[in-house]
Design a protein around this ligand. Structure first.
Ligand code: RP5
Length: 161
């Protein structure tokens, strides 16, 4: 099956965080593909991959990087598909990643999520919401995810008891 979402990360060291994005995509039964490709270290391979996966029908890109995090912006420069950027945690707390992902100059947009695990999970959920515009099954699974999440909170015992 061709991937609906391409998850790209700048280093395998990002996997510990990005695993949360992938498990959320799995939970929503969204076909995905994962690649480690860097804007700085493998620029040619990154460009070739974006072209290739787009030709195979990908609808949303998720790009995660840390530090001087240009990955999402570089991916966005090569496609008209939506690109969701996730800033990875760093020794500076991920603020460096956040600013370099979110502060795109006007003209090439990157939808930037929160730093770390929250951003990884939410990128999967936002990708699902984008796909749900044309796929009713995904909307149904997204609705079920929300309902289960609500129920989990309501089922929690009184923490002070
Ligand atoms: C970025 O540099 C990667 O996305 C990663 O978050 C960070 C550190 O990479 P490694 O030195 O662990 O490979 O490009």
């Amino acid at each position: 099956m061709s991937p609906a979402v391409a998850v790209i990360m700048g280093s395998s060291s990002d996997w510990e965080t990005m695993e949360h994005c992938v498990t959320t995509l799995q939970e929503l039964e969204i076909p995905y593909e994962v690649r480690v490709l860097s804007a700085h270290r493998t620029p040619g391979a990154l460009e070739a991959y974006v072209t290739d996966v787009e030709a195979r029908g990908v609808q949303v890109f998720v790009a995660a990087a840390g530090g001087a995090a240009h990955l999402a912006g570089v991916v966005a420069s090569q496609t008209l598909k939506p690109v969701l950027g996730i800033p990875m945690g760093t020794q500076l707390g991920g603020l460096d990643s956040l600013l370099s992902t979110v502060q795109m100059p006007a003209g090439i947009p990157v939808g930037t999520l929160a730093i770390g695990r929250a951003g990884a999970v939410n990128a999967a959920l936002l990708a699902a919401a984008i796909l749900a515009r044309s796929e009713g099954d995904i909307e149904g699974r997204l609705r079920r995810f929300r309902e289960e999440q609500t129920q989990k909170i309501l089922n929690q015992p009184d923490p002070s008891a």
